[in-house]
Design a protein around this ligand. Structure first.
Ligand code: ATP
Length: 372
């Protein structure tokens, strides 16, 4: 008998870990997923995100630690006794049943006779009211996945777990389904925990993202926070592209750190520095390409005061429609190329041109140069 009437509340993992023989898939992990949130576990293949999800579902037994749903310790409960349900990448619909019966399945299994109203409501929720009498093979991949979501929601779980649910869809459909799932989550108001390796997907959908790397949560936060304030090079690179400049702390002025880099000076707000920043300390200065503008060296005098600036020479450029992307060699960071983006179409900005790269110091973040 399915029991989905358990507690709501936060999903709380305390010291949860999973080992397979000598291999540790998930290192002891403390994680709270707030009730009603859309939470994403994001990471590359093999980082332990599915294993973490499966431990919440009860499909994988933790080697250590406790899973709480609200105040209830559910670690020892089998999956069907937890108030959770899971949607997998493979929709696993019953091919011989129509859409209505696929969604009704969970209710019928519990012995309910009058299922019509609930199934119809659920089909409306996923916008498949018109498709009730079709068989799964008559629906598109995105529609089939919505049936799988409806089927998982029909028993009113407190938490819906989604394991790469959009992985089998083409890019366009995936983008549509991301918005669709977000809408459904907002409408039903329950907690969604979504596993994905696609950073754009996690950032589009989730309120909170946990970036996993090699069995650990490397950083957890709101998408904008992770993007703008990554604390490790892994997170900075996993969520987009970043430039890195090695610099040394010179002084502190008010709320800023002043750094020396290749004979020049950079300013970094102290609040955006996750490195120890004593004088003489090494900091890896990060800045996203789209935050950097290029000005031809002849016009350097026109750059407003107060911007961070480094000199360089354009190595390559590519027009991408809305903007042009540049690869720049700079003596300030001899070990890295600098990536920048400009919306101005200055015809002098071609490979070989001397330029000044400049950006607002507020868009700078500082990482511990000793990490990794
Ligand atoms: P993917 O996106 O490829 O599914 P993931 O981040 O979800 O990756 P997990 O499936 O959680 O990763 O696996 C984490 C690690 O644990 C991987 O290295 C995997 O090979 C290993 N692993 C998972 N299940 C088992 C198992 N039953 N026995 C041994 N090792 C396992």
């Amino acid at each position: 008998m399915t029991n989905k009437t358990g507690p709501g509340g936060d999903v709380r993992l305390t010291g949860i870990a999973k080992t397979y023989g000598a291999f540790t898939a998930v290192h002891p992990l403390d994680l709270t997923v707030p009730q009603g949130s859309f939470f994403a576990l994001l990471g590359a293949s093999g980082c332990g995100k599915t294993t973490t999800l499966r431990m919440i579902a009860g499909l994988e037994e933790p080697s250590a630690g406790t899973v709480f749903l609200g105040d209830q310790d559910v670690t020892a409960l089998p999956p069907y006794k937890r108030p959770v349900n899971t949607v997998f990448q493979s929709y696993a619909l019953f091919p011989h049943l129509d859409i209505f019966e696929n969604v009704a399945f969970g209710l019928r299994r519990r012995g309910l006779k009058s299922v019509k109203k609930q199934v119809e409501e659920m089909l409306e929720l996923v916008q498949l009211g018109e498709q009730a009498r079709k068989k799964p093979h008559q629906l598109s991949g995105g529609q089939q996945q919505r049936v799988a979501v409806a089927r998982a929601l029909i028993n009113h779980p407190k938490v819906l777990l989604l394991d790469e649910p959009l992985g089998a869809l083409d890019l366009k459909l995936r983008r549509q389904m991301q918005l669709e799932l977000k809408r459904i989550q907002t409408e039903v108001g329950i907690t969604f925990v979504h596993v994905t390796h696609d950073q754009e997907e996690a950032m589009t959908m989730a309120d909170t993202v946990a970036v996993m790397n090699a069995g650990r949560v490397e950083q957890l936060g709101a998408p904008t926070d992770l993007y703008e304030n990554p604390r490790t090079t892994f997170v900075a690179n996993f969520l987009g592209t970043s430039n890195f400049i090695e610099a040394e702390v010179d002084a502190k002025t008010g709320e800023d750190i002043v750094l020396k880099a290749g004979g020049g000076k950079l300013v970094l707000p102290e609040a955006r520095c996750s490195a120890p920043a004593g004088t003489g300390g090494k900091v890896l200065v990060g800045v996203r390409p789209e935050k950097i503008s290029l000005t031809h060296a002849d016009d350097a005098g026109e750059i407003p005061e107060g911007r961070n600036r480094i000199t360089g020479r354009i190595a390559d450029s590519s027009f991408i429609g809305v903007s042009t992307q540049y690869v720049v060699d700079s003596p300030v960071c001899p070990d890295f190329e600098v990536y920048a983006q400009n919306i101005d179409r200055d015809p002098r900005l071609v490979p070989g041109a001397e330029v000044v790269l400049h950006w607002n110091p507020a868009h700078t973040f500082g990482l511990d140069a000793a990490q990794d």
